[in-house]
Ligand binder design. Structure first.
Ligand code: AP5
Length: 219
């Protein structure tokens, strides 16, 4: 099964993709993570993408689609969860080609429907352990022991440089103008399902599970 999680910044795409990966043995393909990894490794792609990401704008279709193609080649038959890709009509068309070249098809496009105003708080408050990546939030999930990771005991934490209010607003505007308009492309193929992304993390997971279970029962 190959699915796209679609929604604005902070909608919960990464959170739900990680859960699906753990529960279903699928592979999370996050273009944001791929670009941050490229930057951390000092690759030309990463260095080229840095200024664009810091501004909250979109990296070129050619760069991200090439990254996705490379990752798809390593999946060995496991299903893919596309997290943050595609984000433009050009990327949607590129993904169709990438999948068909590999004998894969798209099963669902799950749109996480959210209230954008609530998302700024979600994003600006998030941080993670710099060693093991365990996610935290200033308001909803602080470490149990002050400045100590619950999972690995590290005292180092990090925040994404693009998680400030001004950049988040630009990222949301990019979503509205370039990403939301690709929904009809998938709607006309009957692929789009909507899930209320304002529910709790567990409830959103349950809704996605129900949706995917219904699909398995039909096939
Ligand atoms: P990317 O890394 O993809 O960021 P994004 O789309 O802005 O999404 P986020 O990771 O911010 O949010 P999310 O929906 O994954 O939410 P999360 O689960 O983390 O992209 C970053 C940049 O890279 C882009 O701006 C662009 O420059 C570039 N880029 C990436 N892909 C690209 C592409 N395809 N083309 C061009 N450029 C690209 O949740 C957020 C917070 O909310 C967390 O704290 C979480 O714990 C919390 N939370 C999640 N769900 C819930 C819930 N249901 N209730 C309460 N809290 C919740």
């Amino acid at each position: 099964m190959n699915i796209i999680l679609l929604g604005p910044p902070g909608a919960g795409k990464g959170t739900q993709a990680a859960r699906l990966e753990a529960q279903r043995g699928m592979v999370q393909l996050s273009t944001g993570d791929m670009l941050r990894e490229a930057l951390a490794n000092g690759t030309p792609v990463g260095l080229q993408a840095k200024a664009v990401m810091d501004a909250g704008e979109l990296v070129s279709d050619a760069i991200v689609s090439a990254l996705v193609g490379e990752r798809l080649d390593k999946l060995k038959g496991r299903g893919a969860i596309f997290d943050g890709y595609p984000r433009t009509q050009g990327q949607a068309e590129a993904l169709d080609l990438l999948l068909s070249e590999r004998g894969r098809q798209l099963d669902h496009v799950i749109e996480l429907v959210v209230d954008e105003d609530a998302l700024v708080e979600r994003i600006v408050g998030r941080f993670s352990c710099a060693v093991c990546g365990t996610p935290y939030h200033d308001l909803y999930k602080m470490p149990k022991v002050q400045e100590t990771c619950d999972t690995c005991g590290s005292h180092e934490f990090k925040r994404r440089p693009d998680d400030n209010e001004a950049t988040v607003r630009t990222r949301m505007a990019e979503y509205r103008s370039k990403t939301a308009p690709i929904l009809p492309y998938y709607e006309q193929r009957g692929l789009v399902r909507h899930v209320d992304g304002m529910l709790s993390v567990d409830e959103v997971s349950d809704r996605i599970d129900q949706l995917l279970a219904g699909d398995s029962a039909r096939s």
